[in-house]
Write a protein that binds this ligand. Sequence first.
Ligand code: ZN
Ligand code: ZN
Length: 299
Amino acid sequence: MKPIVKFATGSIFVGLAVLALKFLAARVSGSAALFSDALESLVNVAASALALYALIAGAKPADRQHPYGHAKVELLSAVATGALILVAAVLILERAYWAIRHLSPHAGLAGGLGLGLFLNAMAGVVNFVWAVVLRGVSRRGRSPALAADSQHLFTDVLTTIGIIIGLSAALLFRLPVLDPLIAICIALEIAFSGGMTVLKSLSGLLDEAPPPAVTTRIQDLVRSHAAGALEAHDFRTRQAGPASFLEFHLVVPGGMTVAAAHEICDRIEAALKAEMPGVVITIHVEPDGKAKHEGVLVL
Ligand code: ZN
Ligand code: ZN
């Protein structure tokens, strides 16, 4: 098993343990805030499982049915994760609304709150330790997926600390309304992050253009390796996870032989591939009458 797959699997098991602790905490305390924390954990486990699936399925090479590879599985799984987060936010809001309707200084935040807070704190400690482990691994192996996972766990720990402080205050000052208010804050926070995840991934699925710096670099490389050609235009790049696809038109003198034009193409392709490993390049060759006098002018 590749180390990244091993740690991604580990994340799921740690997530399940944390989830069990947090649901127990919500159960014994009847707290809406602890319930929201538990639901967030449930989403985390689902997200880890989807990420692991994407890691394995996305790495499969292109086949007859999917000639462009499977890298977009990663984006699809991110969209699914974002949708799950939005569902969790709705469930939390519903629970908070219920808690507000049934607010009473005696009920709701029952005697189990102390135990609930303790269990939640234990879950926070487990999360923290695993986040530190993942950060170490991701630094050594330079894995963005594990780094993101670790970063996410650290914010989870902060949320847990915030909840514990808020609920302690609710207990101390006899303010049961703090409980659903904290839950609502968490729901809004995760709804925002879920929405952003969905939007970003959808943009990727729609073949979003690369950042301008990448486009400029590509055109510079073409310019400096296209000696003999006249112009390059109609650049299009799309990205699917780690794979990228580049196509453009190359204008050459009309009398040039196919062999000579092909040689220029090979030279450009070699230069681009040296800098962008795994890029798939398609070049459409045109005679000088097709020049648009835009894009990259070689002469
Ligand atoms: Zn053209
Ligand atoms: Zn060729």
